[in-house]
Design a protein around this ligand. Structure first.
Ligand code: ZN
Length: 338
């Protein structure tokens, strides 16, 4: 039990302020390499790392332990600098317990997979995380619309704090085609004033630049929504010429307008991001379906045209180019296998 502290240099006279401790989860008895990340040591298997990562594959092509390399229980010790222990716990979990992963990867896991996947050239790890992000945050209107009530995001409310982390990661990796829907997702759930708060996890506290982008976008979207909803202020479209119950339909039109401006009446009124709501989605459907058939048919295409326009403009609210010019910076050769 008197393991030598790893890679201790004789010339440093002051003792280490803290000695790395063994991971509870990943100190595997048949492991043959010790990874040191900050103050945590993982005893894992070279073969697993080598198969996933060209960086480790190259590293292990040199006989281990190499000259001057310290060992613990005969396992060579490798210090990984700049990594996060939490990231390694997650990625090792994915590598050693692949079937335990939920179908829908958690944001923490996705971000860890992207960070370590890219740094250590783990192609499968990176491409799986990328596929997940692109599926959940598509840069494609059809795909977005395919997500049940996509624009409303009622049933898929991920934690906003997690989305903040994902936004920062999307920025870091240049996932520009997912960035707009991630950012919009944050605005859907978080009053801008909350951005100033400090979240418990440091990764969820995004950079001032990102906060500025969100704040500017929130204002621009609010302005845009006023224009988008202007048609609901007039009786140009509803009640339609063939309307069978003009009074009811006019009143419903006002209800729809109010709801899109201020949100559900049960909630404290506040400006809502509603420009991508569906005509018959869960937020408006109960009202639009009460319109007479003629008004419903007259209103829908006008509503959807505005919604399409809003979608087309979405990236520009966040200071990005329009969709057709947006490309992800991170592309992988193995993508077609995903
Ligand atoms: Zn009507």
């Amino acid at each position: 039990m008197t393991d030598e502290p790893p890679a201790k240099r004789q010339r440093t006279s002051s003792p280490d302020p803290a000695t790395p401790t063994r991971s509870d989860k990943f100190w595997l008895p048949y492991g043959d390499i010790v990874l040191v990340v900050n103050l945590t040591m993982f005893r894992v298997n070279r073969d697993v790392l080598r198969l996933q990562s060209s960086v480790f594959s190259d590293m292990f092509s040199v006989p281990q332990p190499n000259e001057g390399q310290s060992t613990i229980e005969d396992c060579p010790v490798v210090h990984l600098s700049g990594d996060d222990v939490g990231d390694w716990n997650l990625v090792l979990d994915a590598l050693y317990h692949p079937w335990r992963q939920k179908l829908r990867l958690e944001v923490d896991m996705i971000c860890a997979m992207l960070r370590l996947g890219r740094k250590y050239d783990m192609i499968e790890v990176t491409s799986n995380a990328l596929a997940r992000v692109r599926n959940d945050f598509p840069g494609d209107f059809e795909q977005w619309a395919d997500i049940p009530d996509g624009g409303d995001m009622v049933d898929s409310q991920p934690e906003t704090a997690a989305l903040l982390q994902l936004l920062e990661t999307a920025h870091e990796f240049g996932l520009w085609r997912s960035y707009p829907t991630i950012a919009y997702g944050i605005l859907l759930w978080m009053p801008i004033s909350k951005l100033a708060e400090t979240f418990p996890h440091p990764k969820q506290n995004i950079s001032p630049d990102r906060k500025l982008v969100l704040a500017v976008a929130a204002k621009a979207i609010t302005e845009h929504q006023k224009e988008q909803l202007a048609w609901l202020l007039t009786d140009e479209t509803i009640p339609s010429d063939a309307c069978t119950s003009p009074e009811t339909c006019a009143s419903l039109r006002t209800t729809i307008l109010r709801r899109m401006l201020w949100g559900p009446e049960s909630e404290e009124p506040q400006v809502k991001m509603t420009m991508l709501w569906h005509w018959a989605g869960s937020m408006l459907g109960t009202w639009t379906e009460k319109l007479c058939k003629e008004c419903n048919e007259a209103g829908r295409p006008v509503f959807q045209q505005h919604r399409d326009d809003a979608w087309a403009k979405l990236p520009t609210f966040f200071g990005l180019s329009p969709w057709e010019e947006l490309k992800d910076a991170l592309e992988l050769e193995t993508e077609d296998s995903a």
